[in-house]
Design a protein around this ligand. Structure first.
Ligand SMILES: [Zn+2]
Length: 462
């Protein structure tokens, strides 16, 4: 510690008492003034209103002053209490803790949220009685010692005194997990409570601890919800990523090369999260594992999203070069939905190449061609209308041809139909009317629901 503060707690207590006495005198004085001037009319009618106004104002000020003195007295009492605690730590030869504690109080930390249970060797507030009871004394000591070593670093890592003591302990527990000092992630309630301690929303808090833009945390929650995952599983994934000290890109095994705008990066992350969660619904594991398994990518050998440098894009949109390389010349200026769909469509092409790479047969393009050749009822896109502004039918997709929302390509060729089906499958969006899915929408949806699990499982067991 750089400096020692010498404080005499009993003196502070006396001073606080003095302040309270003066506060009381102020109020009594105000009452006195009012009582005296209320009778002013009887001895000087002319000046009575003026005198009464002055007395009223003086009474008001005396009361405000009294309130201020009272709150000062409260503060002094709290400081006295805090320093008594520090002194008692010194008396018990816990000089390190006494120093830490004084430093915290000096920095304005609320002493009531100090981990006294830790100092007293008691059960951590988050642990159940039965678990604590069954721990050997030496294990308890070792556990508390390791917590004790972590507390000062935690306390100086942020301000966790925005809510209750329990919320502060939650923030400590969450911090311990992210630091890799406890094995299993705390449950959802603890993360929410920790966010309260930090005075933040859950999304803000997770964004901060994982060093991830909040737009991406929001996208993570959306993807989890869209694919039937509990919010807790998204929280645990984000926390595991923070614990590993990885970015979203490293954690999922993709990278963005070239001069990407921040907003476009968020679009790519949203798309990857949606696709990987859709796949994790099949693998039953976590989303980042699903992406790695299916595309055979990792932080060291990532799925690359390149910006520009794409002759095959012909100046517009994206082009997929293989299972792990997609380049973009532009994303749709129309809406965020279309921009996300641009990327998911390309991930559909890359999915085909991932199946080819894994030797899965028949691959998606071939399989769709087989179906369209053998089943005349299965929708089959025709070349788009030549009139520049004319739109074609939906062909089972959720928007008409040449609208470019759910048919990202207008082309009749099988690879473009598959990539659009991949997009429809990712978001479960197909052609529908007031009765639900149309016949063509149902056929495309069923085809994907039948084949995607086979491909994803084949590649996952590869
Ligand atoms: Zn395409």
């Amino acid at each position: 510690m750089s400096r020692q503060i010498r404080v005499d707690p009993p003196k502070l207590g006396f001073f606080a008492k003095d302040l309270r006495r003066i506060a009381l005198e102020c109020r009594t004085g105000g009452d006195h003034l009012l009582a005296q001037t209320s009778g002013a009319l009887s001895y000087d009618g002319q000046y009575a209103p003026w005198i009464q106004a002055i007395a009223g104002e003086a009474d008001h000020r005396l009361r405000l002053f009294g309130d201020k003195l009272d709150s000062l007295a409260d503060l002094l009492d709290r400081i006295a209490w805090a320093f008594e605690n520090a002194d008692s730590l010194d008396e018990r030869e816990m000089h390190f803790w006494a120093g830490e504690y004084r430093a915290l109080i000096d920095a304005g930390f609320d002493g009531s949220t100090f981990p006294w249970w830790l100092i007293r060797g008691q059960k951590p507030p988050w642990m159940s009685d039965s678990v604590w009871k069954h721990m050997l004394p030496e294990d308890r000591d070792a556990y508390l010692a390791s917590l004790g070593g972590s507390w000062p670093e935690f306390a100086s890592s942020g301000d966790y005194s925005h809510a209750t003591d329990d919320d502060t302990w939650s923030a400590f527990l969450a911090w311990l997990y992210v630091q890799g000092q406890i094995a299993s992630p705390p449950d959802e309630g603890v993360w929410r409570s920790a966010a309260r301690a930090a005075g933040k929303t859950l999304e803000e808090y997770l964004s901060e601890i994982s060093n991830t833009p909040q737009a991406q945390v929001d996208a993570w929650f959306r993807a989890a919800e869209a694919h039937g995952f509990h919010q807790e599983s998204a929280i645990h994934e984000i926390a595991a990523m923070a614990r590993a000290g990885e970015t979203v890109e490293e954690y999922f095994g993709f990278s963005m090369e070239g001069d990407w705008q921040e907003e476009d990066k968020n679009t790519v992350v949203e798309s990857v999260l949606q696709v990987s969660h859709a796949m994790a619904e099949i693998t039953g594991g976590s989303a980042h594992e699903a992406l790695g398994l299916v595309y055979d990518v990792s932080a060291d050998d990532p799925l690359v999203f390149g910006w520009e440098n794409c002759p095959e894009c012909n100046g517009l949109g994206g082009y997929t070069y293989g299972r792990n390389l997609i380049r973009f010349e532009s994303l749709s200026p129309i809406s965020e939905l279309r921009r996300t769909n641009n990327v998911v469509h390309e991930l559909g092409h890359a999915f085909h190449w991932a199946m080819v790479h894994a030797g899965v047969e028949p691959d998606p393009y071939s399989m769709l061609e087989i179906t369209q050749n053998s089943d005349p009822s299965f929708p089959n896109r025709l070349a788009p209308p030549s009139d520049r502004w004319a739109r074609g039918p939906n062909y089972g997709f959720a928007s008409p041809q040449k609208v470019y929302t759910w048919q990202q390509s207008a082309l009749e060729i099988v690879r473009e139909e598959f990539a659009d089906q991949f997009l429809g499958w990712t978001f479960d969006e197909w052609e529908s009317d007031e009765f639900g899915l149309t016949e063509k929408g149902q056929l495309r949806s069923d085809w994907m629901d039948q084949n995607m699990p086979i491909w994803v499982k084949a590649v996952a067991s590869h």
